[in-house]
Design a protein around this ligand. Sequence first.
Ligand code: FRU
Length: 493
Amino acid sequence: MRKTTLQKARTFEQRYHPHLSLSEQPRFHVTGGVGWINDPNGFSFYRGEYHLFYQYNPYDTKWGPMHWGHVTTTDFVHWKRLPCALAPDESYDKDGCFSGSALELPDGRQLLMYTGVRNVRRSNGVVDGYQTQCLAVGDGVDYQKFENNPVLDAKDLPEGGSAIDFRDPKIWYEDGKYWAVVGNRSADKSGSILLFESDDAFHWKFSSVLASCHNQFGKMWECPDFFALDGKHVLLVSPQNMTSMGLEFHPGNNTLCIIGRYDREKRHLLRDNTQSIDYGTDFYATQTLQTPDGRRIMIAWMQSWESSGCKVAELPFFGQMTLPRELGIRDGRLIQNPVHELEACRKTKVSYQNVMIVDETNLQGVSGRFLDMTVRVRAGNTNHMYRYFKINVAKDGERVTMIRHKPENNTIRVDRSRSGFPHDIVNVRDFPIAAKDELKLRIIMDRYSLEIFVNDGEQAASFVIYAPITADSISFSADGAAIIDVEKYDIEV
Ligand code: FRU
């Protein structure tokens, strides 16, 4: 019999989901519909569909008892809501079903691996959340928790590993075995990524320390993902408590991509290169899947923990996912571009070539808030590069979100101070880009978001915005002359 905690969440969804107002939801970015969401979980291909689960509190627009919400898609653009998949209803996960992942078992069932949290109050009143790794098995809609949960706990940790910071298993199958990477806090008080192995996906043992932070990139490393890509191996993690490092990493929660070589003997990742994954204000907790046609697709929570108390009061939901992105490696760096499936939703092409921009300019037909727009910009004067080039989007008399290129120091600044937030949060982000004669920006906008892809995916930057949907004007300006080409489509789903 289904547990009452899960049934309660499903009944709640049945009451609210049929009445969601489409004019309040993003068109092609996932939300919980109602309630709060954070990390993507269980992003995987199963029985002809892509499944996405997520950290979910159905009852409130703030973080709370963590359930797993559930949606599916066949194209990463149109999403179907499924009933809540997991609820915190066992002694080992009574304080939350935290992040995890999914895969298909040989017998055709879907396996979920997640972190169960159990709070224990110390005599001095401090509460410790003990974290263990747990399993659930199902048919793509209904899941049964495994009778021998948890399958990994404190006794499986290497010397000095914390039983309180031990979470977010990402599972995969390779070379006849199941593998999982899990985030852990090690004796030096910073993150390490532990590798575990299993012959049958139900009995697990410690394998190796795949990578360690050594207090270099923040503290605890959350939400690891590890995979081969374009001849290299990639580890994605979300570090907490970073201090800034130039323009590459900002203070607080970040995302880190380590590109390197996998030493299969020692089961250890040798680092070649490290970088930020996304340079915007709102991006955390990545997860990837591999499509049947071999693409590695990444999704993330398009939000920052630091501004997660800052919401627009009247909306019934809080938190959204990024647009899924196709990954690659070019010149030793991570490349990310919107899934190509989005192109099938492009409508009403408007294009311009060789437009000279000096003063603020509007181009007829170039406006809107649900769009996919590519702008190429180069110097308007052969002897002088412009000092600044700006694109203003989501603009009306009061609101504007500004994207500014400054060639002098090869940076892009995005300023969302006037993007409709009723809170004084981090609104300006500068990030470094490669110096080139021509800059190419692809801008994807949905009702509450702006995602920018620079130079065919060399950088990505994600921002939540809350300007009213009527703020849909777009303008271009330059200090010094710039020449632009624009190709703009509306996105209709
Ligand atoms: C990351 C995270 C995970 C954890 C989950 C809890 O955003 O802190 O480490 O599993 O959120 O909701």
